[in-house]
Ligand binder design. Structure first.
Ligand code: SF4
Ligand code: SF4
Ligand code: SF4
Length: 219
């Protein structure tokens, strides 16, 4: 399926290489961490074969949260991921101003169906009382994971950052998540001031967004 303009010859070749790699499993060098993809991404295996590594989504993102993968494995090289240490996804609402919210620009410009699970429709509206429309709130990029071992008591930075009211403080003053309100936008991770080093040596924040489990098929 073609959207957002024609695919160039270079992109076509890149996509062919990726598709062969996915089908044959020939490239065993994989990115170890789980990557959150832009909204609308297909399941990981399908995404890797459909994405032509054109990086149009990277350029289109007004939040500058999408980056090309420049580390780890060959299979994922130059595919887009969401770096919540640098920014977060607001589904492009602020890009057009609150009165004229834009549809997710990454989905608009993607020339293939790589981001094709998010249907663009007029439902992308902002409700002053409930926040973003149900379609946006229930569309899932990922899920926040709060590691309370590293959350200071009474810290409410992530609670204040979350546009979807998914984080509250419990009676002891520790943050907890209401999972069905979280869409993995990454605002909590972006603003979280607490960092620690994981067992694998990775610098983590006390709240970290992991990809939507339904997207992670067995690549
Ligand atoms: S929906 Fe908009 S803000 Fe979110 S990743 Fe796509 S382009 Fe960026
Ligand atoms: S997701 Fe779409 S726009 Fe982004 S790099 Fe892949 S093919 Fe290009
Ligand atoms: S908990 Fe975090 S990732 Fe989930 S909706 Fe709120 S700010 Fe976004």
């Amino acid at each position: 399926m073609l959207k957002g303009g024609k695919i160039t010859r270079r992109e076509f070749i890149a996509s062919g290489i990726a598709a062969v790699a996915v089908l044959t499993g020939a490239l065993n060098f994989r990115v170890k961490k789980l990557l959150c993809r832009p909204p609308g991404a297909q399941t990981e295996k399908r995404f890797l074969s459909l994405c032509v590594r054109c990086n149009r989504c990277v350029e289109a993102c007004p939040q500058r949260v999408i980056e090309p993968v420049l580390f780890g494995g060959l299979l994922e090289l130059r595919t887009p991921w969401l770096n919540f240490r640098k920014s977060y996804c607001n589904f492009c609402h602020d890009a057009g101003g609150l009165k004229t919210p834009l549809p997710p620009q990454c989905v608009v410009v993607c020339p293939t169906a790589a981001l094709g699970t998010l249907k663009l429709n007029p439902a992308f509206t902002l409700n002053k009382e409930t926040g973003y429309s149900k379609e946006v709130r229930t569309f899932s990029i990922g899920l926040a994971k709060i590691n309370t071992d590293f959350c200071p008591q009474h810290c409410d930075v992530c609670k204040k950052a979350c546009p979807y009211f998914a984080i509250e403080l419990d009676d002891n003053g520790y943050a907890f998540l209401t999972e069905n309100r979280c869409n993995g936008c990454g605002a909590c991770e972006f603003y979280c001031p607490e960092e620690y080093v994981s067992k694998t040596g990775e610098i983590m924040r006390a709240v970290t967004v992991v990809p939507n489990g339904a997207r992670l098929d067995s690549v």
